[in-house]
Design a protein around this ligand. Structure first.
Ligand SMILES: [Zn+2]
Length: 134
């Protein structure tokens, strides 16, 4: 049996919210198919898309990440540069840095929604998985 992960570790490693062993995503975050999500957990068979369109709510979390990213970057540029930079500097910095963070924000917004809105109770007991009927 694998070592049990805490809730935070489960979110960080994108593991199933119920068993914290199965992966949620099929590929790594640096893959071109970073968004491909398993339909069910490979260990406990939990269905990830709880209801049709469940992951649409992840857009709100992703929006939060995006706004936080933009504000942080704009403040950092203002603090780190002596003169007031031109508008194009902000656009290039924000759009350029988003290229790297899109997979991260996409994946973690889904994971956070699964852990918070999925109403899934953590259990490492396979008998509980059968009782929950998924
Ligand atoms: Zn699982």
């Amino acid at each position: 049996m694998e070592k049990e992960l805490s809730k935070f570790q489960g979110i960080l490693q994108c593991k199933c919210p119920r068993c914290r062993q199965g992966d949620i995503f099929e590929n790594s975050a640096i893959s071109i198919n970073f968004a491909k999500t398993y339909k069910n957990c490979s260990v406990c068979n939990l269905r990830y898309e709880r209801i049709l369109g469940f992951f649409w709510s992840a857009m709100y979390v992703s929006y939060g990440f995006t706004v936080a990213h933009m504000i942080t970057l704009m403040v950092a540029i203002n603090v780190l540069t002596d003169q007031r930079p031109a508008l194009w500097v902000f656009f290039v910095a924000i759009i350029g840095s988003f290229m790297f963070f899109v997979p991260v924000y996409f994946r973690y917004s889904r994971v956070i929604v699964l852990y918070t809105l999925g109403r899934i109770k953590y259990s490492n007991d396979p008998k509980v998985w059968e009782q929950q009927g998924e």
